[in-house]
Design a protein around this ligand. Structure first.
Ligand code: DC
Length: 218
């Protein structure tokens, strides 16, 4: 059996990788998995059960119980700040990552729709799908990412202070890049796309040029 194409997209928070992943998936007719939502779902499940996401046993049980059809994976509460914090705690646990590995590899090898898969996260090109046909590492300066997040929050009718969002973003970068297990870094064969000076369409066009060179036109 020949394997289906996989596009791996990694990068820090608010780099624009999610938007790119969705657009590329739609363009190629591939299935898309936002792997951050898995860590968020684990965090949310523990919080909903009244538990402590810093407790490895509780986080591991929640990770082991997660299955592809779970409604928690599409719960709007996944986007909350408390859940983002819980997700960053459980994402630093080796056993939780190991429990979610199979979920992600199954998706990549047998994606819904059967045409191909786009996975976005932090360690897709380096750890989950090291043989992906195309690897993108999407980044932007922390100031630009904080500004984008503030605009998103304001568009959702929420009050946001840029200095606070910036400090929070720096702290998340630090946690994601310095952790011992699966730290955020580009794969050696990834195309690094800095979107600091690009709008969404320009970023998409640059990403598409690279992806076409790897897997052909959509
Ligand atoms: O991208 P996000 O904010 O939804 O990710 C939530 C948390 O999960 C964040 O702390 C990074 C972590 N994460 C990870 O460690 N590995 C991934 N493949 C995806 C997300």
């Amino acid at each position: 059996m020949t394997s289906l194409p996989v596009i791996a997209i990694d990068g820090p928070a608010a780099s624009g990788k999610g938007t790119l992943a969705r657009r590329l998936a739609a363009g190629y007719g591939f299935a898309h998995l936002d792997t951050g939502s898995l860590y968020r779902a684990v965090g949310l499940s523990v919080l909903r059960a009244g538990g402590d996401p810093a407790d490895e046993g509780q986080a591991l049980s929640a990770a082991q119980a997660l299955s592809p059809g779970d409604s928690v994976l599409t719960d709007p509460a996944l986007r909350g700040d408390n859940v983002a914090h819980a997700a960053s705690l459980v994402a630093a646990m080796v056993e939780v990552r190991a429990a979610l590995l199979k979920f992600q590899r199954d998706f990549a090898t047998r994606p819904p729709g059967g045409r191909g898969a786009v996975l976005d996260g932090r360690d897709i090109g380096t750890g989950i799908c090291p043989n992906a046909e195309a690897k993108l590492f999407v980044t932007a300066s922390v100031e630009v990412r904080a500004e984008r997040r503030v605009k998103e929050l304001q568009a959702a009718g929420l009050h946001a202070i840029v200095e606070i969002v910036l400090e929070d973003m720096k702290a998340r970068d630090e946690r994601d890049s310095r952790r011992a297990v699966a730290p955020l870094r580009p794969a050696v064969d990834a195309f690094v796309l800095d979107t600091s000076a690009l709008d969404a369409d320009q970023a998409f066009s640059a990403a598409l040029t690279f992806i076409r060179s790897r897997i052909g036109p959509a």
